[in-house]
Write a protein that binds this ligand. Structure first.
Ligand code: ZN
Length: 601
């Protein structure tokens, strides 16, 4: 809450450090796994994390956490939820309204999250495999499991030492059922069996079996057993990682389906299938099969991953600043949203790490297009002549304001092929680019004034006064800009009435975006912040004082039509498809030409 943030800011820590609030499940019957995970993460993320326990959480839970961590690591005040920059919810069921409220202020990370709130989480990590919703996870990996350090030297082929463990509560009394079934096979005697009794167990230990009462570190004890009988969940995965043989008796069909999907051997739901149990006990390969289910080498740090994700800003539209709502696509690095303005945007959880320097125009450009930007100069210049003609046609200044040559600024001008074309077409040109080598080339070789800098930098924008320009162009630049609102307002002020704002950008409603939006977004470059459609462009530009006078859909790819991968350029089929693509405006990119409306004052 406020105290925490103030204290963090004034002391040794940099003010930008994320403050992470861990919200574990604490409900009666939920077991202690979530709490243990939160305590562990809190220690690893220290000093930037706290555990949030709502005012109504049971005293026993609060004592457990403060005993492990100390009371200063616990937040009880709901105000803490507003102060945190990231919130990690580790609960199997989260209500939608709850996540919606939290997303306003923070990045919400769902850890093995379920319920209606899952879809709204900004980032989802599934560590324990799920049945549904797989497309809705940013990260899905058992490699985040904290695995036991004590491991058997080899998986067993016979199973004389058996552990039966069904969690802290075991409300379906799976423990006595399993013990009874084991003893009835005739192959197991009571001395071979150990049962784990949790703090809330409502059954009596059967007969002569050994009882472990509330073991404090069960995970590291698993390797002392040959066979672990449990239900699907953390303990099953830990036992497999310790290279024990594992059989599952599940409390629900849902657990059974999950267990089967991972590959566990199952002996029933609530009631033990005696035949299946007998087969498992006499299977010498059961140990090997179980051990193969968890890859120990893949172990990753969950804390490090959360610390990285927590750096992301809350999801807001770069134009409207409205909260993102439910992500429409997720991958490990990004979550995409569709704003009501029609623009798709993403939040990035890893730095795309692209600097627009010489390497970008040479190595990276070549990797993508097979030639360097300068080698492409003549080709882009030809495209530029057509674009400059369209800008000129869209330009309709009021009669009294007609100057000799309309003034054009190309933002992201690179090495200047468009500027060269626009100058040839009668514009008084200038360029702006973040790459200083490119700007030097424009000035010294192309012979057109150019400035080095970013249009996102207010001091760069201040170089142009209101009404200073008749045209602003951005060819494949707008999608790279993080905060578009100040830029669009600047364009609105700086372009004189009747002047033109034109840009080109990928088209989310082209053939690729329509056929498979997820694949289209997945393949999109990591440094693209927004994805536009012609309709969204019309709507957004209207809001910023522009009227779209022309949309040119480009990037037609007949070979991307379903079943047309083999169609070659030059054939009749190719020409027909090309015609259809143009007619239906299915190109994967588009250009928009918008005219500044006259203001009546
Ligand atoms: Zn928006």
């Amino acid at each position: 809450m406020v105290r925490w943030r103030a204290e963090t800011n004034s002391c040794r820590r940099a003010p930008m450090m994320p403050q992470i609030l861990l919200c574990p499940e604490t409900a009666v019957g939920a077991g202690t796994g979530h709490l243990r995970r939160a305590i562990r993460l809190c220690k690893q993320l220290s000093p930037d994390a706290r555990i949030y326990l709502a005012p109504d959480v049971r005293d026993g839970v609060v004592h457990t956490v403060s005993h492990e961590l100390g009371a200063s690591w616990i937040e009880r005040d709901p105000a803490a939820l507003v102060a945190a920059s990231a919130i990690v919810i580790d609960r199997p069921i989260i209500p939608r309204e709850e996540v919606a409220a939290l997303c306003q202020h923070a990045v919400v990370i769902g850890l093995d999250a379920g319920g209606s709130g899952r879809a709204l989480c900004n980032y989802t990590i599934d560590i324990i495999p799920r049945l549904r919703d797989d497309g809705r996870a940013n990260l899905r990996s058992t490699a985040f499991l904290e695995l036991p350090r004590s491991v058997r030297s080899a998986p067993p082929a016979i199973y004389p030492r058996i552990l039966v463990t069904f969690g802290g509560e075991d409300p379906k009394r799976l423990t006595p059922r399993m013990v009874e079934a084991l003893l009835q096979t005739g192959e197991v005697n009571a001395q071979q069996v150990t049962v784990v009794r949790g703090p809330l167990a409502a059954w009596d230990a059967p007969g002569d079996v050994r009882v472990l009462d509330r073991p404090s570190n069960l995970m590291e004890m698993l390797c002392d057993y040959d066979l672990v009988c449990t239900s699907f969940g953390l303990t099953a995965l830990e036992a497999a990682a310790a290279r024990c043989a594992v059989v599952l008796l599940n409390p629900t069909r849902y657990h059974a389906r999950l267990g089967k999907r991972v590959g566990f051997t199952d002996v029933g739901v609530v009631r033990v299938n005696r035949r299946a149990l007998g087969l498992a006990l006499s299977d010498p390969a059961l140990g090997l099969k179980s051990a193969a289910l968890v890859d120990r080498r893949a172990s990753q740090s969950l804390a490090r991953t959360i610390a990285r994700i927590a750096q992301a800003p809350p999801a807001r539209c770069p134009i409207c600043r409205r909260p993102g709502g439910e992500p429409i696509f997720r991958d490990a690095d990004r979550s995409f949203y569709r704003c009501s303005c029609g623009v798709l945007f993403r939040t990035a959880f890893t730095d795309p790490g692209i600097a627009y320097d010489e390497a970008y125009f040479f190595e990276e450009y070549r990797a993508q297009y097979g030639r360097t930007y300068l080698e492409d100069f003549a080709h882009i210049r030809v495209l530029g002549l057509a674009r400059a003609r369209r800008v000129m046609r869209a330009h309709k200044p009021p009669k009294q304001a007609r100057s000799a040559k309309p003034r054009l600024l190309d933002i992201g001008c690179a090495y200047g092929p468009f500027l060269d074309a626009a100058q040839h077409s009668g514009f008084a040109c200038s360029g702006l680019d973040v790459a200083t080598a490119a700007v030097r080339h424009v000035r010294d070789v192309v012979g057109i004034p150019a400035v080095a800098g970013s249009i996102s930098d207010p001091s760069v924008r201040d170089r142009w006064k209101p009404g200073d320009l008749d045209a602003v162009t951005m060819w494949y630049v707008i999608e790279h800009i993080d905060d578009l609102r100040p830029l669009l307002r600047w364009v609105q002020r700086t372009v004189a009435p009747g002047g033109v704002f034109a840009f080109a950008t990928p088209n989310a409603r082209g053939i690729s975006g329509r056929l498979d939006r997820s694949a289209f977004l997945r393949m999109g470059p990591r440094d693209h912040v927004t994805v536009w459609t012609p309709t969204a462009a019309r709507r957004v530009l209207r809001r910023f004082g522009f009227h779209v006078v022309r949309v040119v859909v480009t990037g037609h790819h007949p070979e991307r039509f379903p079943g047309c991968g083999a169609v070659r350029p030059g054939t009749v089929a190719y020409r027909l498809l090309l015609g259809a693509s143009r007619l239906l405006r299915l190109g994967d990119t588009f250009e928009v030409y918008a005219r500044r409306r006259e203001e009546r004052e």
